[in-house]
Design a protein around this ligand. Structure first.
Ligand code: ZN
Length: 310
């Protein structure tokens, strides 16, 4: 097949056939002095996006660079590392922080050989237990982009709160709700908050490991932080509270609509087919995520509705 036609129709397959590494075309965007992010696509995992659907970033300190999340594959990690090194004025990467145990955020770890990678203890435990399954699943969804990707487990991050890494004062904030352990990273100098997947903007939240009550409490905690810029796990960078507000509104609606459906005895198909309110219809991939959320969250709510009142 001609290369251009190939690239148009099935890029990952073609690149693999030509033994050329797929190109994520990563280009970091500057947020503030020494603070950068890579924007993920507002899509599901596909064979054309290679799993590049989450935001990642890095912070350049006086003595070194801190990377936040390593992306979905070894190729992504390697291409990200090149870009980080090209934009950090010759400073070395001294630390990689993984926000949580979802495959689009940690499967690039291999690219950071010889560098300390840390995540919250529960994130490390989940990666140790489910990393291979998560990786195999991503291979199935995005194909050749994953070539050579293997799971590298982070070290357990035992010291949260204020930490100076690479000569930069950071606050490492341990929360939960999107998963069992969600790390947010706040850079004091620029007042930039990397919120991980606790915050989504213009995209429906994913809930395979969610606890909505804890997630809402985490959003309360994030809202109290005096940030100037917020980098959500998915969606554009913002300078105000709107991303937290949007995530909260979506989760509250999800919780309340599923509870009401359970109280009314609807079955799972009926719930999944309920119309999405107008105000959420413009969120990327909302229909698919809503269907997935019903399957993740509804069985427990049905059980709760059926159990006798205590
Ligand atoms: Zn996630």
């Amino acid at each position: 097949m001609k290369r251009w036609l190939c690239a148009l129709l099935l890029p990952a397959y073609c690149y693999a056939g030509a033994a050329v590494a797929p190109d994520y075309a990563l280009a970091p965007q500057r947020i503030a002095d020494g603070v950068w992010w890579f924007e993920g696509l507002q899509e599901h995992f596909t064979r054309s996006n290679g799993g590049n659907i989450a935001n990642t970033g890095f912070i350049v300190g006086r003595d070194g660079v801190v990377v936040i999340d390593s992306g979905p594959s070894r190729q992504y990690g390697e291409q990200m590392r090149k870009q980080v090194e090209a934009h950090s004025g010759g400073k070395k990467i001294v630390e990689v922080l993984i926000t949580h145990a979802h495959p689009d955020h940690f499967l690039g770890n291999q690219a950071f050989n010889g560098i300390r990678i840390e995540a919250l203890p529960q994130t490390v435990a989940v990666i140790a237990e489910q990393g291979e399954t998560l990786s195999a699943n991503l291979y199935r969804l995005v194909g050749a982009w994953m070539q050579g990707t293997e799971v590298r487990k982070p070290e357990a991050l035992t010291q949260t709160g204020e930490r100076v890494i690479g000569g930069r004062k950071l606050r490492l904030i341990a929360l939960q709700g999107h998963t069992e352990a969600d790390l947010a990273v706040y850079d004091e100098a620029s007042r930039t908050l990397f919120a991980g997947d606790l915050v989504f903007l213009h995209r429906a939240a994913t809930t395979p490991n969610a606890n909505i009550a804890k997630w809402l409490a985490a959003l309360d905690a994030l809202q109290k932080i005096d940030f100037q810029t917020l980098v959500p796990g998915h969606g554009p960078v913002v300078h105000g509270p709107e991303a937290i507000a949007e995530t909260r509104a979506y989760l509250v609606w999800l919780r309340d609509s599923l509870h009401a459906a359970a109280a009314n005895g609807l079955d799972m198909m009926e719930v999944a087919n309920q119309p999405i309110p107008e105000r959420f219809r413009s969120l990327a991939v909302v229909q698919e995520e809503h269907t997935r959320s019903v399957s993740h969250l509804y069985p427990a709510m049905e059980l709760e509705a059926l159990s006798p009142a205590k």
